[in-house]
Design a binder for this molecule. Structure first.
Ligand code: COA
Length: 170
């Protein structure tokens, strides 16, 4: 977890989610993003895909999360092929804990789990076209821009679809 150790003071730690984290995760989601969900949405992802739902803790407080779903889709990378893909549904870090490598470390753990535990060949996500910080972060993690979904968000903004190929075990 080298990136996360960029944080000064208390050392952050990463772990997979527990059901008792979900209210904190929901709160972070509401603070950080306009796309919010019901409790049962978070609960379903935690129950169905627990190994790719990670939280970051600092001093015992949950300060960030990434949650994913596994889907069979038309590949975002190899067109016209059906693939098992990890969909990064949401990722966020509380403002006061940003720029310490936490999102990088969370997403790396999720990608590893998607490949190793769920057999995903690729991962993808939607990001607002104006979200330069997140787009830059995803590029650093190897994601490439694949397509734009016009007026994807409720306020009419376009979504950029970004995808990355996941390493396969021989
Ligand atoms: C996007 C988000 C999750 C990043 O979390 P984070 O823990 O700060 O990210 P990290 O510290 O791991 O990554 C930092 C990287 O983000 C990018 N970044 C961070 N701040 C940036 C800025 N002001 N301008 C441009 N890029 C920036 C850089 O690529 C940076 O890498 P570097 O440190 O090597 O330069 C966080 O900003 C957030 O919660 N934003 C609101 C929710 C959101 O937009 N989620 C994504 C929805 S698709």
């Amino acid at each position: 977890m080298q990136e996360a150790e960029k944080a000064g003071g208390q050392t952050p730690s990463l772990r997979t989610v527990r059901l008792e984290d979900l209210m904190h995760v929901m709160n972070i989601n509401r603070i950080c993003l306009p796309e919010n969900y019901t409790y049962s949405f978070f609960e379903d992802l935690a129950r169905d895909y627990p190994k790719s739902f990670w939280v970051a803790e600092v001093g015992g407080k949950v300060v960030g999360y990434v949650m994913c779903r596994v889907e069979r889709i038309f590949s975002k990378i190899d067109f016209f092929k059906i693939k098992k893909a990890g969909h990064i549904v949401s990722v966020a870090v509380l403002p006061e804990y940003r720029n310490r490598g936490l999102a990088t470390a969370l997403i790396k753990q999720a990608l590893k789990a998607l490949a190793e535990h769920y057999g995903c060949e690729e991962a993808y996500l939607e990001v607002r076209v104006s979200n330069d910080v997140a787009i830059s972060l995803y590029h650093k993690l190897g994601f490439v821009s694949r397509e734009v979904h016009r007026r994807y968000y409720a306020d009419g903004e376009d979504a950029l679809i970004m995808a990355v190929r996941l390493p396969q075990n021989a």
